[in-house]
Design a protein around this ligand. Structure first.
Ligand SMILES: C[S@@+](CC[C@H](N)C(=O)[O-])C[C@H]1O[C@@H](n2cnc3c(N)ncnc32)[C@H](O)[C@@H]1O
Ligand code: SF4
Length: 336
């Protein structure tokens, strides 16, 4: 497996420390110093999108007005995380980031700051910007979402997408990058496993995409549904390390706040610092409640606290077939 070029050792060290910190916190929370800052900072450049994927929470549930992050807001986030010992900027949200009208300027600004950068795209980036220009930006990972298990199911699920065109773009970029003798950005295909897929189908998908990319990964399907309380819940580690900014600069207690709704806002980068907000009383309270296993209702809905899931290759599928559910799940099964 290839590893990202920037800060390899700091990232590995941070991963070990993170594990140690959280296991200690669950034992002796009161004795530990605060986490200074989140390690993964996710930024939603926009919640606008050129597609309407059937499984996507944006298509199904988003009620927010569409907007774009102001360039100044983005700069403020980047300027702060550039000071952190481990800097990981994830460009992703409830929309397609490459549609931002200042995407070019934004990428140029984030480049050259020794920040590990990952972008999740539906492939539109390859339509809007020349391969050569994308290579010049300092991106470590481009994750391209290829949902569906083959061409016909991709075209069904990813409304507005075109499988053949996407394949041409992904393969074309991979070859272009290799011809330029570059290893970065790593090109990864991201696929959400839906319950109807068989292991053989997944294997075929991996074999096929493995030829023209560096990595194929499978994500969990987030069913935005009420789980049964009899399942019990896992404590969440993301509330220590993983922050998400909406395009308007606001940040909630949880990176999935935009997905599951009602997590409290902890501030806005326009008038506060990430470090300050990350150690606010509201964040401390949430961590404490997870320690006590007194989970807020919104956390109980989240896939991160789910205990009941079945293993599937290197990913997970939540077993929601019994108790709660399955409006969204059924909807997806019906279309696959
Ligand atoms: C919301 S999209 C935003 C970025 C970009 N528009 C894209 O499609 O890659 C980010 C990722 O979330 C995934 N996603 C959307 N709905 C999902 C769901 N219900 N469960 C799990 N992943 C989902 C998408 O497949 C995509 O890989
Ligand atoms: S392209 Fe991404 S944001 Fe747009 S509808 Fe599909 S999954 Fe959602």
């Amino acid at each position: 497996m290839k590893l990202v070029k920037k800060q390899l050792f700091p990232h590995l060290k941070a991963a070990l420390l993170r594990k140690a910190y959280v296991s200690a916190y669950w034992k002796i929370p009161g004795l530990l110093p605060d986490i200074k800052n989140p390690e993964i900072i996710e930024v939603e450049l926009t919640n606008d999108c050129n597609m309407g994927c059937l499984h996507c929470h944006r298509t199904l549930f988003m009620k927010r007005a569409v907007g774009f992050m102001e360039f100044e807001t983005f700069k403020k986030i980047v300027d702060e995380i550039a000071q952190y010992p481990v800097k990981f900027l994830r460009i992703c949200g409830q929309g397609e980031p490459s549609l931002h009208p200042q995407f070019r300027e934004i990428m140029a600004y984030a480049s050259g700051k020794d920040i590990k950068i990952e972008i999740t795209t539906n492939g539109e980036i390859f339509e809007l910007f020349p391969f050569e220009e994308i290579l010049r930006w300092d991106i470590d990972i481009i994750g391209v979402s290829v949902d569906g298990i083959d061409g016909p199911s991709y075209n069904k699920i990813r409304k507005g997408g075109d499988y053949d065109r996407l394949k041409q773009n992904i393969t074309g970029f991979y070859e272009f990058r290799n011809r330029a003798n570059k290893k970065y950005p790593m090109l990864c295909v991201r696929n959400v496993i839906l319950p109807s897929y068989t292991p053989q189908q997944i294997e075929n998908f991996n074999l096929q995409w493995g030829k023209s990319t560096d990595q194929v990964t499978h994500n969990t399907f987030h069913d935005i549904i009420q789980k049964s309380s009899t399942q019990g819940y896992n404590r969440c580690t993301d509330i220590f390390f993983y922050a998400h900014f909406n395009f308007d600069g606001s940040i909630r207690q949880c990176a999935y706040g935009f997905l599951y709704g009602s997590h409290e806002k902890i501030g806005n980068i326009k008038n506060d610092s990430i470090r300050n907000m990350w150690n606010s009383q509201t964040m401390r309270n949430l961590r404490w409640r997870h320690y006590k296993k007194d989970f807020p209702e919104v956390c109980k809905k989240c896939h991160e606290t789910s205990k009941k899931h079945v293993g599937h290759q290197n990913s997970r599928i939540y077993n929601t077939s019994k108790n709660g559910v399955v409006k969204l799940l059924n909807r997806v099964i019906n279309i696959t």
